[in-house]
Design a protein around this ligand. Structure first.
Ligand code: CMP
Length: 138
């Protein structure tokens, strides 16, 4: 069954000019791009997106990083998109990411880890709605 997930190419990956390479890999792996935008998040917008992590020690640093420069935000669609995109991203910490994954290729460390993907159907619904209106998702 077709499923949708939210993908972010993070500021480290955009500023390294690797966004196009990530998009190419996504399409080569069967993901369709339903919607896409490049935006520079404010600190408050980054805090709202990562609200689930607000008690974590890395919350302030993470949201500062996510608002340091533009990101590319996409809604991706394919069968089993949520799990398949997480597999393609690789482990949160690039030291643990398998060869060929996006984080193994493009991430620097556990925070500056190149890409984000929704971790469940509930997260995907919240995260897609955070960035895209219904009219942008037809
Ligand atoms: P992401 O998949 O976007 O989900 C939450 C983000 O927090 C994660 O990727 C990393 O960028 C960051 N993160 C997770 N764990 C840590 C950590 N231990 N230290 C710093 N940043 C982290």
């Amino acid at each position: 069954m077709k499923e949708r997930t939210l993908s972010i190419i993070k500021p480290d990956c955009v500023s390294a000019h690797n966004a196009g390479k990530v998009i190419d890999i996504l399409e080569s792996n069967g993901f369709s791009i339903i919607a896409m935008k490049k935006i520079h998040l404010t600190k408050k917008q980054a805090e709202g997106f990562y609200i689930v992590h607000k008690e974590r020690p890395f919350y302030d640093s993470l949201t500062t990083f996510m608002s340091e420069g533009p990101v590319v935000v996409m809604v991706l669609e394919k069968d089993n998109a949520i799990a398949d995109y997480r597999e393609l991203m690789g482990a949160t910490n690039p030291k643990d990411a398998k060869e060929g994954t996006l984080r193994e290729q493009f991430a620097t460390d556990i925070e500056r880890n190149a890409v984000h993907g929704s971790d469940s159907k509930e997260s995907a619904d919240f995260e897609i709605g955070y960035f895209f209106s219904a009219l942008e998702l037809v």
